[in-house]
Design a protein around this ligand. Structure first.
Ligand SMILES: Cc1cc2nc3c(=O)[nH]c(=O)nc-3n(C[C@H](O)[C@H](O)[C@H](O)COP(=O)(O)OP(=O)(O)OC[C@H]3O[C@@H](n4cnc5c(N)ncnc54)[C@H](O)[C@@H]3O)c2cc1C
Length: 455
């Protein structure tokens, strides 16, 4: 146990999780230095990286509330009540995410949210951001980090007492922890990538589709989604395999893009005026799950956010999960005060199984979004889930709702979700409508197999 009183903490990475963590730590009285490889996004016209907008849900909202930021975040949000499914023939149907008025998720601009967290952290007077500083090495023998200036290439060094790796999926801090520990570190490529496109506002400045929904064009092995932006545009993302008959490798010419969209997404074509330029000029983003252990090094270093557990984006939970990590750290600081080995170890332990659970659920949700949403049995099970939640709210909550609208640990949501899935399979076998479900069997199964839920 180390009882040094440490007023200063160094963060590598000032993205979403780094900037919110810096704010929360400053509010607990720490001096925080953050080294960020990119330029200051508040001054330079740079992309915030990766997806332009993100889905914010209950788990991400809670730490923002604890930081006192929600009133400033609210004007940045667009409510999404459900999935708007686009069929190939152009028909659309809304599948609500939940069954209560507050069971919605929110689209938010990554850049706007990141800027808000940077401003709020700086306004505490306790946080210093050093931009254009890429961490190239962390040395635990000398407690130094090596930094390379992203524009000039000049190299400098600085010392640290405690370091947090909030430097995303290719984390330099993770690399250093794993050089000093017996470790495992797996990168599991999904084999699918993504491309961002834009539906601009209409000529009269309005949304071109229903704004209060997450739009999905599910097509089996691939899909398109669209999230609304405050400027009344939509950010559209095409997800498809890297190789194979329908893939980023095979669709490699304007004529192939044209015929692919005409066949699969005909209703989207008139909404995408810059399809060709965007398809060929925008980068193709690769998707992978990062699993590693340990997430901490003695009383010196801890990983948070994507640095510890990068996941695929199909549950819209990567940032939400990273914000939960940041709040867990604060709770462990409150609990253990200056015992930093316990703070880091217990934060990592509290989050590890949850990180793995949401990683698995995110992959499963890709199959649900691109493949199952139009399947009649899936739709029947979804309606039955809502009905069981209505009848037995203390026992049965649909898995999507447990993940998106509650703060039940992910691992518990995953565990309960597996049991619920078996119950649903049994109840819908050989029937095709909700009215045919044997509700007394449902009650017996739900109460026998599911302990009361602590939400
Ligand atoms: C297409 C897509 C859609 C997504 N949609 C959602 C969604 O809807 N909802 C959701 O919750 N999540 C979503 N995510 C996941 C979400 O983007 C991440 O989980 C989140 O950005 C993680 O935040 P972070 O701060 O841990 O990492 P990052 O956002 O990657 O930030 C890391 C920061 O560290 C900096 N950095 C990296 N290396 C170094 C270094 N060596 N030295 C100094 N600085 C460094 C980077 O410049 C960056 O600013 C999505 C991801 C993708 C790819």
């Amino acid at each position: 146990m180390n009882n040094n009183i440490t007023p200063s903490i160094t963060l590598v990475g000032g993205g979403l999780v780094g900037s919110l963590s810096a704010l929360l730590l400053a509010q607990r009285g720490f001096q925080v230095d953050v080294y960020e490889r990119r330029a200051d996004m508040r001054l330079a016209d740079i992309s915030a990286g990766r997806s332009i907008n993100l889905a914010l849900a209950n788990r991400g909202i809670f730490p923002l509330q604890q930081a006192g930021l929600m009133e400033q975040v609210k004007p940045l949000l667009t409510e999404m009540k459900g999935r708007m499914i686009h069929d190939t023939n152009g028909d659309c149907h809304l599948h609500p995410y939940g069954q209560k008025a507050h069971e919605v998720i929110y689209s938010v601009s990554r850049g706007d949210l990141n800027k808000l967290c940077l401003d709020a952290a700086e306004a505490t007077g306790k946080v210093r951001f050093f931009f254009n500083q890429r961490c190239t090495k962390v040395d635990f023998a000398t407690n130094t980090i090596e930094l390379e200036h992203s524009e000039t290439g000049s190299i400098s060094e600085t010392t640290f007492t405690r370091i947090l790796g909030t430097d995303g999926s290719a984390s330099a801090v993770r690399e250093a922890i794993h050089q000093n520990t017996s470790n495992y570190h797996k990168i599991e490529p999904l084999g699918h990538s993504y491309k961002e496109l834009t539906i601009p506002p209409s000529t009269n400045g309005d949304f071109q589709m229903e704004p209060y929904a997450l739009h999905i064009w599910p097509r089996g092995g691939f899909m398109v989604i669209a999230l609304p932006n405050r400027d009344k545009s939509f950010t559209v993302t095409l997800f498809m395999p890297n190789t194979g008959p329908v893939s980023f490798e095979s669709i490699d010419s304007e004529s192939k893009v044209k015929s692919f969209f005409e066949k699969e997404f005909p209703d989207a074509i008139p909404l995408l005026p810059n399809l060709m330029e965007e398809f060929f000029q925008n980068p193709t983003g690769h998707l992978a799950t990062v699993r590693c252990s340990p997430w901490h090094y003695k009383d010196r270093a801890l990983l948070l956010g994507d640095a510890a557990h990068a996941i695929v984006p199909f549950h819209g939970q990567g940032m939400n999960c990273g914000f939960e990590d940041a709040w867990e750290l604060i709770e462990q600081i409150d609990k253990h005060e200056n015992d930093w080995e316990a703070i880091f170890k217990d934060t990592a332990e509290a989050r590890f199984d949850n990180g793995n659970a949401i990683a698995d659920m995110a992959i499963e949700n890709y199959i649900e979004m691109r493949d199952s949403v139009n399947d009649p049995v899936f739709i029947l099970k979804k309606s039955l889930s809502f009905e069981l939640e209505k009848r037995f709210p203390n026992h049965f909550v649909p898995r999507y709702s447990m993940v998106m609208f509650h703060r039940l640990p992910y691992a518990e949501a995953y565990r309960r979700g597996k049991i619920q899935s078996i119950i649903l399979d049994e109840l819908v076998s050989n029937i095709s409508t909700l009215e045919d479900v044997d509700m007394s069997l449902a009650e017996t199964l739900v109460k026998a197999k599911l302990n009361p839920i602590a939400l």
